[in-house]
Design a protein around this ligand. Structure first.
Ligand code: FE2
Length: 192
């Protein structure tokens, strides 16, 4: 089975002015694409050739895990962004965020702190734990909550390749842009 790069649910320039077309061209068109191509090469002739991405993530290690997880993480990241989107959560998710953090603003501050504070390359996640509660998690490199059993609701890629074109080294600047683009309908759907 060959994996392919998923089609973005919007145009390459749709996230402007917050995330530039050039960033998406590189991040999606080169980095994400390379993970897909590397994974296809790496699984050839192994027991993972006909496995689902989720199965590979749960059972593989080393380069196969890294590339499979990065394929999944990026596909999930792009789905969590949208150009014209309600700017705050709604429905049951909004209630759960208020219960845990007190307010949307407090949640954003906490998530941003975790994202900006993630050492080196990695990801910040809003996840639903097995007991139904919300949590913010940070993973390094290709790490993904899929491997630990939490249900991912929202991902923020904090690898430098996600923001160096638009924000140079200013990850906190990128976080400001990120919040303008979160697809809360997608997050809400994942929560339910
Ligand atoms: Fe990335």
């Amino acid at each position: 089975m060959e994996y392919s790069l998923p089609v973005l649910p919007y145009e390459l320039d749709a996230l402007e002015p917050y995330i530039s077309k050039e960033t998406v061209e590189f991040h999606y068109g080169k980095h994400h694409k390379a993970y897909v191509e590397n994974l296809n090469i790496l699984i050839k002739g192994t027991g993972f050739e006909n496995s689902s991405l989720e199965d590979i993530i749960k059972n593989a290690s080393g380069p196969i895990f890294n590339n499979a997880a990065q394929v999944w993480n990026h596909s999930f990241y792009w789905m969590g962004l949208e150009p014209s989107t309600p700017e705050i959560p709604f429905g049951k998710l909004a209630k759960a965020i208020d219960t845990k953090w007190g307010s949307y603003e407090a949640f954003v501050a906490d998530f941003s702190r975790v994202a900006v504070g993630t050492f080196g390359s990695g990801w910040a996640w809003l996840v639903k734990k097995a007991d139904g509660s919300l949590e913010i998690e940070s993973t390094s490199n290709a790490g993904t909550p899929l491997a630990t059993g939490s249900k991912p609701l929202l991902a923020c890629d904090v690898w430098e390749h996600a923001y160096y074109i638009d924000c140079r080294n200013a990850r906190s600047h990128y976080l400001h842009s990120f919040w303008r683009l979160v697809n809360w309908e997608f997050v809400e759907k994942n929560f339910e």
